[in-house]
Design a protein. Structure first.
Length: 221
């Protein structure tokens, strides 16, 4: 399906829904249950990586990889307790509906899948504005590989030069840059502006509400 339009691709966790610190606590407890004391600040900076990559990033290549599946399953179960009350970030749904109304094709690119993705969509509450989703189950390699962003654009037939990717982590910015799209960072995931800019952000905003208020300028003009 070819399109002459523009695509706005969005990460979800920490970008549209205020979940990064819930992920940190769930991962911290999952590591603790497996006998690993991992500092929360280190976990926070790894959020946004696919589960297996996150475990490898934090425990190193010399870890007992037999534990990986149990640690990931522990995180999944602990995080699942929040599914009925995931908090959207300010104006997240309004931003997506506004972009849709302005002629943008809105796509989600996330490492979430299944029930977690459903819970995130309920939190955003803008299904009518979302044209497609590229979830964890749709790609072989997650961010910072470009595949999630590339797959999102394939789904809607928009070329990279007519797309913008909005995310909150250095992994998002690296993935977007490698996919050849303009990258917009948001600070609401807790990653510093300098880190986002260094990783490829062309512009940085506080949160979806700030991005909404600035739509007439910059990357999403």
């Amino acid at each position: 399906m070819a399109s002459t339009g523009r695509a706005a691709v969005f990460d979800v966790d920490g970008t549209l829904v205020d979940t990064n610190h819930l992920h940190v606590v769930a991962w911290w407890e999952a590591f603790r249950q497996a006998g690993h004391e991992v500092p929360m600040h280190a976990i926070h900076r790894a959020v946004g990586l696919p589960s297996t990559d996150l475990v490898a990033h934090l425990l190193g290549d010399d870890r007992d990889t037999d534990q990986d599946a149990d640690i990931s399953a522990g995180h999944k179960a602990l995080y699942g307790q929040y599914f009925d009350r995931l908090p959207p970030l300010p104006e997240a749904g309004t931003l997506l509906r506004r972009l849709h109304g302005d002629g943008w094709t809105v796509v989600l690119a996330t490492s979430a899948g299944g029930a977690e993705l459903s819970a995130l969509r309920r939190a955003i509450d803008a299904d009518e504005a979302i044209a497609a989703m590229a979830g964890a189950d749709d790609v072989e390699e997650g961010k910072p590989a470009p595949e999630p962003v590339e797959h999102a654009l394939e789904l809607v037939g928009v070329p990279a030069e007519r797309a913008v990717f909005v995310g909150d982590t250095v992994w998002d910015m690296q993935a977007g840059r490698r996919a050849g799209v303009r990258c917009v960072g948001v600070l609401c995931g807790g990653i510093p502006r300098a880190d986002l800019e260094e990783s490829g952000a062309d512009a940085v905003y506080a949160d979806p509400a700030h991005l909404l208020s600035a739509l007439g300028e910059g990357a999403l003009a």
